[in-house]
Write a new protein. Structure first.
Length: 161
């Protein structure tokens, strides 16, 4: 049986969700909201020295192998690439002193088509979402992905020289 959806008819098996599936996804998203607010509250209550601790942890886990522990582009596997791995401490300096927050977010996320330094960089948004989607649903996973990427971007902004 076809369904009417926003002015168009959607056939079964077309990849679109049923109302029950959408409701289930919405419930998953709503269940994650208290967690998001709790994390935001915890971030506000942190000591100033720990303001970017979550972003630094994310950086060390996901980026340091290539970019180095100090973000200088000299990570343990940096020599394996044809292109030089960028020094992430100099992003703003290479952009007239302005840190391009949205562009860096999109490069790290990787799902927008904007690719970083010659495109060997992993698609972190896709990878992070795949890790969580079965657990908390697509909407909840998307919120967590954006929070993780944003923490990383804010950390990178904080280490600019």
């Amino acid at each position: 049986m076809d369904r009417w959806f926003g002015g168009r008819t959607i056939a079964p098996g077309s990849g679109h969700k049923t109302r029950a599936e959408e409701t289930s996804s919405m419930k998953s998203m709503l269940m994650t909201m208290p967690v998001v607010f709790a994390l935001a509250s915890a971030a506000v209550a942190q000591d100033p020295g720990e303001e970017f601790a979550a972003g630094r942890e994310e950086y060390l886990a996901a980026c340091a192998a290539c970019h180095g522990e100090n973000a200088d582009g000299n990570g343990p596997i940096a020599t394996m690439f044809k292109e030089r791995v960028p020094d992430l401490r100099k992003i703003a300096a290479g952009n007239d002193g302005v840190f391009p927050t949205l562009e860096i977010f999109q490069i790290i996320d990787g799902r927008t088509g904007i690719r970083g330094h010659g495109a060997p960089m992993p698609l972190f948004g896709k990878r992070y979402k795949a890790e969580l989607e079965d657990e908390i649903g697509p909407y909840g996973a998307e919120q967590v992905v954006r929070a993780r990427v944003l923490e990383l971007v804010l950390y990178l902004q904080s280490i600019q020289e």
